[in-house]
Design a protein around this ligand. Structure first.
Ligand SMILES: CC(C)(COP(=O)(O)OP(=O)(O)OC[C@H]1O[C@@H](n2cnc3c(N)ncnc32)[C@H](O)[C@@H]1OP(=O)(O)O)[C@@H](O)C(=O)NCCC(=O)NCCS
Length: 164
């Protein structure tokens, strides 16, 4: 949050997810997504060499998972497949921090752009991506299993800001 009276971002760590993180991740996933990923989905991601899942945890004990993201590094694009922050920790800048870290990683890998799909109704996520500089590049009709449309969004990394 940019407002100086807003709650401060707690000290957090961002690190690769391990199998021990799966239960807290699945609990958050079930609370925050309309079509949550299953255990098999996450385990499937961990088998793919191009897929990375990071968790955000409390810096002090590393025991509480606040959020996570899964992204693919393919050719000259990094695609964000999943990003979520648990309800009590929203609005503190955790997703922003995670996204900034993904941008740094994408730059390190030599990617030219970040891409993702977002539900048309998902205003918090669209707000996050627009703030980071993503633009809508395609409208995908009935993209999701419930028939909802998606915006395909992209962030060109050349000149992208890390402190959005
Ligand atoms: C989208 C989501 C990850 C944002 O997490 P968060 O940690 O609360 O976001 P941040 O506090 O880092 O906010 C960063 C920016 O995102 C935007 N944003 C966040 N929440 C918003 C909201 N409710 N409405 C509009 N914009 C919002 C704002 O621009 C914000 O910056 P500001 O607070 O300085 O104005 C979170 O709402 C979530 O987990 N949603 C459910 C899962 C999901 O939809 N994932 C995206 C799938 S595409």
């Amino acid at each position: 949050m940019s407002d100086s009276s807003a709650p401060a971002l707690p000290p957090v760590s961002i690190r690769p997810a391990t199998p021990d993180d799966l239960d807290p991740i699945l609990a958050i996933e079930g609370r925050v997504h309309l079509a949550p990923w299953t255990k098999a989905n996450f385990e499937g991601e961990w088998m793919k060499p191009y897929s990375t899942t990071w968790v955000v945890t409390d810096d002090e004990t590393d025991a509480e998972v606040f959020g996570y993201a899964t992204f693919w590094a393919m050719d000259d694009s990094v695609e964000i497949l999943n990003i979520a922050v648990d309800l009590p920790h929203r609005g503190l800048g955790i997703a922003k921090l995670l996204l900034q870290q993904i941008i740094r990683e994408a730059l390190k890998k030599g990617a030219k752009r970040l891409i993702l799909d977002v539900r048309k109704s998902n205003l918090p996520a669209a707000g996050l991506y627009q703030r980071a500089g993503f633009v809508i590049t395609q409208y995908r009709k009935a993209f999701y299993s419930n028939g909802e449309d998606a915006y395909h969004m992209a962030l060109e990394l050349e000149g992208a800001l890390l402190d959005f």
